[in-house]
Design a protein around this ligand. Structure first.
Ligand code: PFF
Ligand code: NA
Length: 452
């Protein structure tokens, strides 16, 4: 039997795990979420969620991967035969995400190019909606948007090359280049942003605590939701990545490092984005409240408009959109690896076959979003994946491990044997009580909002 691939070094694994964690969630999801949920006061539920759910689950997933050395479905089936489907559910979610995540990377590639000479003109919203996406006639399926199609194929080509080369020569090498580059570029952007007029007012608004929010259940749900998404938990990713760890690897320490690195990047992004929003508020004499945005609207409509008013606009634009591309590709590779490894094991095929088959299928599906009307489809799919798919996957995972298989103690012994930090009863309590309760509550809240 072929020997299982391994990371070349601890740093290689950490960079890949951080590469998966650091993505669009840090850059455009976190800043707006924090602001809307109490600003500085949000850090309390956020840190609480990180320590009671994020890092404990990360430790659990790393331990499962390290112990069973298999893809997510096979790892679950090794814990208990009847649990294989939990792994497949996670893999399915990752597969679906990998059909639309690359679309956003494709946009960012085009916008990196448009940055040179700020080709988006003065009306950046109209440019994005009408000129770029041709959404003036939304809902018409079947007419392909070449602006999106070409960069999309480039994204897939890059992903195929990296994934095809395998764990050490492909994924590890890519992350060793992408993540340090991303960090340097991003620090440069944040410093530039902080030296713009009005920047400090923006940062001030970001950190200003609204303590009244702290008692609000929805704020806590937002904090846990952000942590799950941001740490790429319950997507089968971290189980898959840690299955390539060498036998002697400190699991618990690695989980803390991943968690804190991701949150540091989130904080950095929050400061950078709000510095820029502060500048925008000053330029347009609007209150900061009016200019706060997240998601697609922030990156592809508000940012180009702000960039227009900056000195050395083209340079700032190129760096900003290039960092979206880098952050995006490293996350996308990690999602695709989940089904590639699962399919490879299930059908005993070569890695290259699995990449061609799994990635090829995802690539074909992704073309649907490059149609006119693709944006609406993307929004809908993304909504259901985030609000139900992931929460359910996390819930199944912890309940199955903690309550049905009762394997937490076993996993704890495994982690403790290789780790410096020893896990205590706090760890089992977080996973068997806190996380299931929070995820269950989250599901109910989402259902309530959707049904009303
Ligand atoms: N953790 C990534 C982020 O914060 O942007 C997002 C992500 C990556 C979500 C990979 C899902 C995924 F499969
Ligand atoms: Na993240």
């Amino acid at each position: 039997m072929e020997q299982r691939s391994q990371w070349g070094s601890r740093m290689g694994f950490l960079l890949a795990a951080i590469g998966s964690a650091v993505g669009l969630g840090n850059i455009w999801r976190f800043p707006a979420t924090a602001y809307e949920n109490g600003g500085g006061a949000f850090f309390i539920p956020y840190l609480f969620a990180l320590l009671t759910a994020g890092i404990p689950l990360l430790i659990m997933e790393y331990t499962i991967g390290h112990k069973y050395r298999s893809s997510s479905p096979r790892s679950f089936s090794k814990i208990s035969k009847g649990m294989e489907w939990i792994g497949w559910w996670q893999v399915l979610i990752s597969f679906v995400i990998s059909t639309y995540y690359p679309i956003i990377i494709a946009w960012a590639i085009m916008y990196t190019y448009y940055s040179i000479g700020t080709k988006w003109g003065d009306d950046t919203t109209n440019f994005f909606v009408t000129d770029f996406l041709s959404l003036s006639d939304p809902g018409v399926f079947g007419s392909i948007v070449p602006n999106v199609m070409i960069p999309l194929l480039i994204v897939w080509l890059v992903a195929f090359i990296i994934l095809g080369k395998g764990i050490k020569k492909g994924i590890e090498v890519a992350n060793r280049i992408f993540i340090p580059t991303l960090l340097i570029v991003f620090i440069f952007i944040v410093i530039r942003a902080l030296t713009l007029p009005g920047a400090l007012d923006g940062v001030d608004a970001f950190f200003k605590p609204d303590w009244s929010k702290i008692m609000d259940g929805s704020v806590w749900v937002a904090a846990y939701g952000q942590i799950f998404f941001s740490l790429s938990i319950a997507f089968a990713i971290m189980i898959t990545y840690s299955s390539y760890l060498p036998k002697k690897s400190d699991i618990t320490n690695n989980a803390f490092i991943t968690g804190f690195a991701n949150s540091s990047f989130e904080l950095l992004a929050g400061i950078g984005v709000f510095a820029v929003l502060g500048f925008m508020a000053l330029q347009t004499s609007q209150p900061i409240d009016e200019v706060v945005k997240g998601g697609v609207g922030l990156a592809f409509m508000a940012f180009p408009e702000i960039i227009n008013q900056m000195p050395a606009a083209s340079l700032f634009g190129v760096l900003f959109f290039a960092s979206l591309v880098l952050a995006g590709i490293s996350s996308m590779i990690s999602i695709s690896e989940t089904y590639i490894s699962a399919v490879q094991e299930k059908f005993s095929i070569s890695r290259k076959m699995a990449v061609a088959f799994g990635g090829g299928l995802a690539c074909i599906f992704s073309l649907f979003y490059a149609n006119q009307g693709g944006l609406n489809l993307l929004d809908t799919v993304d909504y259901f994946i985030n609000n139900y798919g992931v929460a359910l996957a996390g819930l199944f995972e912890v309940v199955a491990i903690a309550w049905f298989a009762r394997s937490l103690k076993d996993l704890q012994n495994h982690a403790d044997a290789v780790s410096d930090i020893k896990l205590g009863v706090w760890w089992r309590f977080c996973l068997s009580v806190v996380t299931p309760v929070v995820l269950g509550y989250m599901m109910l809240q989402n259902l309530k909002t959707d049904l009303s």
